[in-house]
Design a protein around this ligand. Structure first.
Ligand code: IVH
Length: 703
């Protein structure tokens, strides 16, 4: 090494050569340290390289390289973020906004578990941290990986970054931890650290962050772990996912265990024996909110007993055993500059208030939703008015009221357009079969409306549907406008359509290049095998969203069988196909109506046929398909003793059974408690298997 040569004695040529060498060496050392986790230099050797580089640059400033190590810290992760599938999905929390909601939450739990009013129900209360959740996997006490929440099932691999967090032990302390466990909690940034970071960003002429949560997310999702390391992120552990062995009987015990293993847990966590106790805790935490030094946006309540948590289970994306009691929204007054109309995926026209930018709860707001024309009429809001707006958490800001409706020279009342501003088709308010008028006005242009077509395409590739990497809203707009992608199947014919249009290959387009063109093609090809639920959700049929699509996939398993039922329901609205659809617990008439409406349109039939020649829809998964009752149609009647009806239904559904309300030739099992009447008779006459509640419990716990 030539570090020994005095800097002053270097010729320009030597200096330049040495700077090049130092740049490469430091880059390699950074990669070994940050990305490969396998440093090959001691800290002293590394510091010496950096020091030498600084000295030479100070002497020969004009030789400073563009890729100078002084301009960069650490090394990028090799290929952006990998994906990590969570052992147990990461759920969201349902919200409570009032004391009544909290009372109802507790009552619902009592009803579900069949608890009498004098049976104690202990619930915990703790702040809801406004950060982003992280799941960290430990094997034999060693941290092996960490992932963001992602879509709840799969998150981004941020292991290298999570290792930079001081609150996250790399090795568990104490004892009694299960051999394998996913520890979950919230990554956040303290208010003072946030302020200092933004000052530094501003001083360096870089973009500042909107709030501590965005700053924390930005810091955790850095491609370069050394940037994460340089940002003061903190972590509160409050939950766990998959675990190889139980380690506590209550939430309180579990949180104590987390603290013993070396995690920071929230000091305001406590358990309470009544709803009044929870409300007191809520008020208490709300009072301390401004002085905590970090952002919180509510208080989370959880059932303390873990056996009850597991009996309560989950509904859709929320556990039944927890709820977030949100703080009231923050408010501000600003001026309404104009009202724009946005056309959504299903054609709905949404009026959007364009506002003079104003800060609400630390975030600059310049748009708010006005929902629909009835809401505009109710508020009597007019362009030029001053309006009070409110913002709660991640929810789109709302307009609450006009504050100067008595001002002189006020303009005309707002008129909602009756034609779509994007395609000029008529925009109408539909009337349902009960004579109720839809509050939304919808463009009747369907897929001929470019806004609708484009929004549907964006939805088709979005995270909850096909999730095509590198094909986001911007790219869809660009391809749409050039006529390359105007229907879902076109995505899979991208190259051909580009060449048919007489355009040069994608790799020659501005903003693409060889690598990204190749990556996009492979990302698209990867999605030629698409899970049933994602595919159905991606079609963007009204009333057929994520939950309904999941239910259809679990129920029908095969796309062909599902679609046959839909087509037969088109032919005969009272036939078997229609019955198979409506008899699914959780599927309403609206969903079936829009499925059949969709299926009866020739252009949808053509689209679907072409799309299915490009992709293969994978079979849905009946949950626990090894379960004895997976796919069976079960009916409950009479009174149940060991569990409530709701709990019994939830359990059956979670094992993959379909719960129906009435007995028919399709019924496989009737669970009859005392007092069963006509359903029991009908089942017997049809030869359906009848079980007592005790037999049923034996049957399902044999799984
Ligand atoms: S418990 C199954 N506790 O809020 C329930 N979540 O809106 C797991 N969050 O995704 C969550 N503070 O990121 C829980 N003390 C707390 C929390 C908390 C913040 C976040 C979490 C979750 C989101 C749900």
């Amino acid at each position: 090494m030539s570090e020994a040569n005095a800097v002053e004695k270097l010729t320009e040529a030597e200096a330049s050569k040495e700077l090049a060498r130092l740049s490469t060496e430091i880059k390699l050392a950074d990669a070994a340290y940050y990305a490969e986790d396998d440093p090959h230099l001691t800290d002293a050797q590394y510091d010496a390289l950096r020091q030498r580089n600084i000295e030479i640059e100070a002497h020969f400033p004009h030789l400073k390289r563009k890729d100078s190590p002084t301009n960069r810290v650490g090394a990028p992760l090799k290929d952006g973020f990998g994906k990590i599938e969570h052992g147990v999905p990461m759920l969201s929390l349902d919200n409570a906004f009032s004391e009544e909601d909290v009372t109802e939450f507790a009552a619902r739990i009592r009803r579900f578990l069949g608890l009498s009013n004098d049976e104690p129900l202990s619930l915990t209360a703790e702040p809801k941290i406004d950060g982003l959740s992280l799941s960290i996997t430990y094997e034999n006490g060693k941290m092996i990986k960490a992932a963001t929440r992602g879509d709840g099932k799969t998150g981004e691999d941020v292991t290298a970054n999570a290792k930079m967090l001081a609150d996250v032990p790399q090795t568990l302390g104490g004892g009694g931890w299960p051999a394998n466990i996913e520890i979950r909690g919230e990554v956040y940034m303290a208010a003072s650290d946030f302020a200092a970071l933004n000052d530094a960003e501003e001083a360096a002429g870089r973009k500042t962050y909107m709030n501590p949560r965005n700053a924390a997310a930005g810091a955790l999702r850095q491609k370069d772990p050394s940037v994460t390391a340089s940002r003061p992120l903190k972590f509160f552990a409050y939950a766990w996912g998959e675990t190889s062995a139980p380690f506590a009987e209550t939430q309180s015990e579990a949180v104590n265990a987390l603290a013993n293993w070396g995690f920071s847990t929230n000091p305001l966590f406590a358990s309470h024996n009544s709803v009044d106790g929870l409300i007191e805790a809520y008020n208490d935490i709300a009072e301390q909110r401004a002085d905590l030094g970090y952002d919180i946006d509510g208080v989370v309540y959880k059932v303390d007993r873990l056996d009850w948590q597991s009996r309560l289970g989950q509904v859709s994306r929320f556990p039944r055993w927890a709820i977030a009691h949100k703080f009231p929204a923050e408010k501000a007054i600003t001026k309404l500059e104009s009202i724009d109309i946005q056309v959504g995926r299903t054609g709905s026209l949404t009026p959007v208030a364009r506002l003079t930018p104003v800060t609400v709860g630390g975030v600059v707001v310049s748009n708010a939703t006005l929902h629909n024309e009835d809401e505009i009429a109710r508020l009597d809001v007019r362009v030029g008015d001053h309006v009070e707006i409110q913002r709660a958490g991640d929810v789109i800001p709302q307009v609450l009221r006009v504050t100067d409706s008595d001002r002189p020279g006020r303009g005309e009342a707002y008129q909602m357009p009756t034609v779509c501003p994007e395609c000029q088709s008529l925009a109408v308010r539909e009337v349902d079969d009960k004579g109720n008028e839809d509050v939304r006005r919808r463009c009747t242009g369907g897929l001929t409306c470019p806004a609708q077509a484009m929004e549907r395409l964006k939805y088709f590739v979005s995270r909850k549907t096909l999730d095509i990497d590198g094909l986001g809203g911007k790219q869809i707009e660009m391809f749409y406008e050039r006529g390359i992608i105007q229907a879902p199947q076109h995505i899979f014919q991208l190259e051909q359509r580009i060449s048919d249009a007489g355009l040069p290959p994608l790799s020659e387009w501005g903003g693409f290049g060889e690598t990204s063109a190749r990556n996009l093609k492979s990302a698209i090809d990867q999605k030629r095998d698409v899970p049933f639920a994602r595919f159905l959700n991606g079609l963007g049929i009204r009333h057929v969203g994520e939950t309904t699509s999941g239910l259809m996939a679990r129920t029908f398993v095969k796309w062909s069988e599902f679609w046959a039922a839909v087509e037969s329901a088109v032919e005969n609205p009272d036939g078997e196909g229609a019955e198979a659809l409506v008899s699914i617990d959780g599927i309403g008439g609206a969903a079936v109506g829009s499925l059949t409406a969709f299926a009866s349109e020739p252009h949808n039939q053509a689209m679907l046929a072409e799309l299915l020649s490009e992709v293969t829809v994978l079979d849905g998964e009946a949950p626990s398909s090894d379960s004895l009752i997976a796919g069976k149609v079960v009916v409950f009647t009479g009174s149940l003793e060991a569990m409530t009806r709701d709990e019994a239904k939830a359990k059956a559904t979670s094992l993959g059974a379909k719960v129906a309300g009435s007995v028919s030739s399709k019924t496989d099992i009737l669970v009859a408690g005392p007092g069963a009447g006509s359903k029991l008779k009908k089942a017997e006459s049809l030869g359906v298997t009848v079980m007592t509640e005790a037999e049923w419990i034996d049957f399902v716990s044999a799984d």
